[in-house]
Design a protein around this ligand. Structure first.
Ligand code: ADP
Ligand code: ZN
Ligand code: ZN
Length: 730
């Protein structure tokens, strides 16, 4: 028998091996160890067959069958096969993405077991009083309150350091037994919190959603920040748990998991597994196996957690569905949102997409009735909607980006003992150092970009390739001029805030200040305990955090997002403004949101602020339709780079020719052009954008085109990658 194996290498084909004679039931989906060149590799069995195109004498036998049965279901295999075809990405790599690293490396798929002690049948009938002549045994025995009490060694040790002889004696008397069980990865509530009384809109949403349990559907839960989406999720999750089924909750960012994890742990008494990149490989393997074996009922994770196999699938929830972190931006460039829907369909379970600012794609699907639209338009509980103010900063004296009226507002807010949140979408002290006398600007040697000042390290850094150099006081070009920071950065605003408000506690949240493990959690704790007066930060602040004491939010520089060559930029800016604004006044006190801009009449801002996100989205959809841009068309972006600018262009011209030679290619080909930032890390980037009004036609074209690319001799000199449904065009 021949086994077809997918191996994680960048080649779009399967490899044939001979099955071991004694083993005639190798299931697709199980892992095998195979000889590959001079090495051994772990591969995934895709199919078995009788014949191979490879000559019999060249076929090698596999070394070892690692799993006696498949670790993933037939539906999971279908999902991965579908993804490989849709994204035109090698199947071995796609399978690899679906398995935790340790399984990819061939480790056994075993959950680490732990010894638990519990009452034996005889123990259940014994009155503890009968042990009064052995008081130590009696004390330990009394810990087993009910027949279902399970205590681990660690728990017993907490009670009594010298517990072991006592337990051994109780076991010898046949009063206590031992059970091996997978370790509990999370401690959940013993007495779960009660659900809140849902308001009218929540009740409607919950009823609609619960009517769909047990079958495939996609619902877009559009709820303004603080409208109680999470409460809707939790009430629905409870219903799914009551049916004995499992729930997957996907989030864009790991920074969001601790908050949601806490809420879930207080509400549910089932096992909850976590899966994201900050965990150890062992922890990620455990989470995967806990769900696969049905030991856990809830999985909270980031995009790749979607591939975790489920023993009893019941529901998939994607929170903050508009967030572009759901799209993997390298290697296997999948969209976890789109694949969640494919998975829901295969498993015949509902999928919920939740957000305050739906992506244009999802709104479009809701308008076409492909998704059910559920709306929560009011904030839950006592909080009321914030008030928006546009501050025109043309011709205004700015103190490090802070206008005088804004400083006044900050003072007023602080005087009331309330918190202020300032948002700036840049990190570092300032984007560009410029010479005060000759206007020399520090550029990265490897990229088409300027270096950014990091004052605390006295360095200049490139935010694209990581290049860094010493920050000198004098201009390296004219040797006399002083280097001055141009533009705004979080560090510079922080410095200025410290001068303006020396008495206040200021916390900066950005990638630099939260790099240390636990730093973010520490800051968030301080903020929530009210120990912080001013929070200053980047992008990171826009994501689902709950800061009940913040009443003033200001976005210092809106303009930088208004002008971009990428058509996605306005959508992202509008989402960002609404998300950041959502941090204001989440509790009893009303919030104010201030936008500083030199473009107070820009249609995006006026529509967004006067009529809301939905009106903005409608007009943005009209613009997309007029330009035949997604979601009214489908795109695929072929990116190419090489250490010189010639080879990528030769390669793309060749590709262009191939496309034109294909039968009825009827596809819009944009390019080849150099990428918006052409030189990055000493490589030259070029691209070709393919677009068609029909997703299917584009797919047919890619089906013919991509296999050819692997064979091109021009491909050997470049790195190329395909991005189907790109979310940015860089
Ligand atoms: P979202 O996920 O939409 O931002 P949350 O679920 O976090 O909203 O809810 C925001 C706040 O409102 C939370 O403090 C939550 O406890 C509260 N809340 C939600 N639903 C209700 C309700 N039905 N009654 C009272 N308070 C509620
Ligand atoms: Zn100079
Ligand atoms: Zn660089």
């Amino acid at each position: 028998m021949i086994i077809q194996v997918a191996i994680a290498i960048p080649v779009n084909r399967l490899f044939d091996y001979l099955a071991p004679i004694e083993n005639d039931t190798i299931e697709p989906g199980s892992r095998v160890l195979v000889p590959f060149g001079k090495h051994k590799k772990v591969g995934f069995v895709i199919a078995t067959c009788e014949n191979s195109e490879v000559k019999a004498e060249r076929l090698k036998p596999i070394i070892e069958v690692l799993d006696s049965s498949s670790l993933i279901s037939k539906k999971d295999i279908q999902l991965l096969t579908w993804a490989s075809r849709y994204y035109h990405h090698p199947l071995g790599d796609v399978f690899s993405a679906a398995f935790p690293v340790l399984l990819r490396k061939g480790k056994k798929a075993l959950l680490s077991q732990e010894k638990y002690y519990h009452l034996s049948a005889k123990g259940e009938c014994l009155n503890p009083e009968q042990l009064k002549r052995t008081p130590k045994q009696q004390q330990i025995f009394k810990l087993f309150l009910t027949p279902t009490t399970l205590l681990s060694s660690a728990q017993l040790k907490q009670y009594d350091k010298n517990w072991r002889p006592t337990i051994t004696a109780l076991i010898e008397k046949d009063l206590i037994s031992i059970k091996l069980r997978p370790k509990n990865s999370t401690q959940t509530a013993v007495v779960p919190e009660l659900a809140l009384v849902a308001n009218k809109q929540q009740t409607y949403a919950i009823n609609q959603l619960s009517a769909q349990l047990g079958q495939f559907s996609v619902s877009l839960l559009e709820g303004v920040t603080g409208s109680g989406k999470t409460e809707v999720y939790m009430q629905l999750i409870q219903q799914v748990l009551d049916l004995g089924l499992q729930v997957v909750v996907l989030l864009p960012e790991i920074t969001l998991t601790p908050q949601l994890e806490d809420r879930f742990k207080r509400r549910f008494s089932v096992n909850i597994s976590l899966s994201h990149s900050k965990l150890t490989e062992t922890q990620r393997l455990s989470a995967w196996l806990e769900m696969q074996q049905g030991h856990s009922s809830i999985l909270l994770g980031t995009r790749s957690a979607l591939f975790t196999p489920l023993k009893n699938p019941g529901l998939i929830i994607l929170d903050e569905e508009h967030d572009s972190s759901f799209k993997q931006q390298e290697g296997f460039r999948f969209s976890a949102r789109d694949l969640a829907i494919v998975k829901g369909k295969l498993l015949d379970i509902p999928v919920i997409l939740g957000t305050a600012t739906p992506s244009l794609e999802s709104l479009y699907n809701a308008q076409n009735k492909r998704y059910q639209l559920l709306q929560l338009s009011e904030r839950a509980g006592v909080a009321i909607k914030p008030k928006f103010l546009l501050f025109d900063i043309r011709n205004q004296q700015l103190q490090e980006g802070l206008s005088a009226p804004l400083i006044t507002q900050i003072k007023k807010t602080l005087a009331k003992n309330e918190q202020v949140l300032l948002f700036l979408n840049r990190r570092g002290f300032a984007p560009v150092p410029i010479c005060h006398s000759c206007a020399w600007v520090a550029r990265c040697q490897h990229c088409d970009t300027s270096l950014v000042i990091h004052y605390d390290e006295k360095r200049l850094r490139c935010h694209h390739c990581g290049y860094q150099q010493h920050l000198s006081q004098q201009c390296p070009s004219c040797k006399t001029g002083e280097l001055k920071p141009l533009g705004l950065g979080t560090e510079r605003v922080e410095k200025s805030l410290r001068e303006l408000f020396p008495e206040q506690k200021i916390v900066r949240l950005d990638r630099d200040s939260t790099q240390r493990k636990g730093a973010l959690e520490g800051h968030l704790d301080q903020i929530n305990q009210g120990k912080v007066d001013i929070i200053l930060g980047t992008q990171m602040l826009a994501k689902g955090h709950h800061f009940p004491k913040v009443t003033l939010v200001a976005i210092l520089d809106v303009d930088s997002g208004l002008f971009s060559i990428d058509f996605h930029a306005t959508e992202k800016l509008a989402q960002l403004i609404i998300q950041v604004a959502g941090r204001a006044g989440r509790a009893e006190k009303p919030g104010t949101v201030i936008l500083q801009t030199r473009q107070p009449d820009h249609p995006l801002l006026t529509v967004l602020l006067k009529q809301g996100y939905n009106s903005f989205a409608q007009s943005a959809l009209v613009e997309r339709q007029q330009a035949m841009l997604p979601p009214y068309s489908s795109q695929a972006l072929l990116r190419v780079y090489a250490p010189n600018p010639i080879d990528p262009q030769i390669f793309l011209k060749k590709v262009y020719g191939i496309i034109q030679s294909l039968e009825n290619y009827n596809c819009l080909i944009l390019g080849p052009v150099s990428a918006p930032m052409a030189k990055r890390a000493s490589n030259y980037h070029f691209q070709l954008l393919l677009q068609n009004n029909q997703r299917k036609s584009l797919q047919l074209l890619l089906d013919q085109l991509i296999p050819e690319l692997y064979l091109l001799k021009e491909a050997k000199k470049v790195h190329w990658s395909l991005d189907v449904d790109p979310v940015d065009l860089y």
